[in-house]
Design a protein around this ligand. Structure first.
Ligand code: NAD
Length: 367
């Protein structure tokens, strides 16, 4: 089999700082586990605009289509705020997602025991939490037509359209079922079938898709009830699948149950390529954090956990992903904290590079 390929797009702000730590981890796997990647690096966002006058060069887009997985840092920053909408750094990221057709957005909400005090929920509610939210990313109300602000008589009317085809629902449902098969085999689909026809269709198509996954226990919940249950007793869930709008809200809600933005990874997956791997982009949930850039304060764990997701979902290296997550848990249990994490008595404040080095140390210790 050929060497798996990775395209790293560090981007702007703290993106290059956190991706430098990911590079160390990738190198560690090459040296110690015989897991070598063909790694290339390129520009995205403001960095690409500065170099090429566009937030994503066509050559970079072409490369992203060819590789086995893309790892992205972050884009944006005040320097680019005045640019035209089409030149803004975020357009680079949106173009990647759109042209790679990344329809399934995976957002884990996982509680690291050492950080359980971070949550606004009681420790026994949150401790040991491990939920995965699958959000449909390329359709629904954010894209449906007609849309706009129209004039009706003397009044302006804002219009957006929720629209889903069977195929769009089916493909994201399948991604969620596949994921559930690798986990606890429980899938909860959230919709508003009580008030929306698109929700009725969503429920029907997900139920139909379930026939191919008899081992997965499927349940349905209205999305508003789902929000309540996520805050009441989140551990009842394993995998949740929902549409673009509800997923946007529910994934932020679930993620924040567990702590800092600096800890949250994500994956966006598309259709399988010729080698059976899905098109894939892995990135932290956070942005470019211009307020802390260049100060060694950025937490690299969200990006490193995104690489762990790449190991698991693009390269079928679940054991290696477990090893990396265990190393991160060990470092947090030792009391090492970047500035975004609760720095209380008894913990050791560390910089971005020190956190990366400590995780490498924990990986070494795992051999
Ligand atoms: P942000 O996520 O960049 O920062 C929000 C707050 O969280 C800041 O105080 C920041 O210092 C802190 N923070 C974020 N990541 C951190 C980390 N890894 N370690 C420690 N602290 C961290 O969001 P924002 O301030 O709203 O946006 C800043 C810029 O980033 C904007 O230009 C925005 O458009 C862009 N942005 C990009 C993405 C992306 O690339 N996916 C996402 C969100 C925002």
């Amino acid at each position: 089999m050929s060497t798996p390929s990775l395209l790293i797009l560090p981007g702007d702000g703290i993106g290059p700082e956190v991706m430098a730590e990911v590079r160390k981890i990738i190198d560690w796997y090459g040296t110690n586990q015989g897991l070598t990647f063909d790694v290339s690096e390129d520009l995205v966002g403001g960095a690409a605009y500065d170099a090429h006058g566009t937030p994503l060069h066509d050559d970079t887009m072409a490369k992203a289509q060819e590789v086995d997985a893309v790892l992205l840092g972050a884009v944006g920053g005040p320097k680019y705020d005045a640019l035209d909408f089409s030149d803004k750094p975020e357009r680079g990221l949106l173009r990647l997602r759109k042209e790679m057709d990344l329809y399934a957005n995976l957002r884990p909400a996982q509680c690291f025991d050492a950080l359980a005090d971070f949550s606004s929920l009681k420790k026994d509610v949150i401790s040991g939490l491990d939920v995965m939210i699958v959000r449909e990313l390329t359709s629904g109300i954010y894209f449906g037509e007609p849309r706009g602000i129209i004039k009706e008589g003397n009044e302006r009317v804002g219009v957006n359209t929720q629209r889903y085809t069977e195929c769009e629902i089916n493909r994201v449902a399948r991604s969620a079922f596949e994921l559930a098969m690798r986990r606890d085999k429980k899938l909860c689909s959230m919709d508003k079938a009580n008030v929306m026809e698109s929700g009725v269709l969503w429920r029907e198509v997900v139920t139909e898709a379930a026939k191919n996954y008899p081992d997965v226990k499927l349940s349905h919940m209205y999305a508003d009830a789902g929000a309540m249950q996520l805050t009441r007793w989140p551990k009842q869930f394993d995998v949740i699948v929902t549409d673009n709008l509800f997923g946007d809200l529910l994934s932020d809600l679930a993620a924040m149950l567990t702590g800092s933005l600096g800890m949250l990874p994500s994956a966006s997956l598309g259709a399988p390529m010729a080698n059976d791997r899905p098109k894939a982009l892995y990135e932290p949930v956070h942005g470019a954090a211009p307020d802390i850039v260049g100060q060694g304060k950025a937490n690299p764990i969200a990006s490193i956990l995104s690489f762990a997701m790449a190991l698991r979902y693009s390269f079928d290296r679940g054991t290696d992903a477990d090893r990396l997550e265990t190393a991160i848990k060990a470092v947090l249990a030792q009391g090492l904290r970047t500035a975004d994490l609760l720095v209380t008595e008894g913990v050791t404040p560390v910089s971005t590079t020190e956190m990366g080095d400590a995780i490498i140390g924990a990986l070494d210790a795992s051999l």
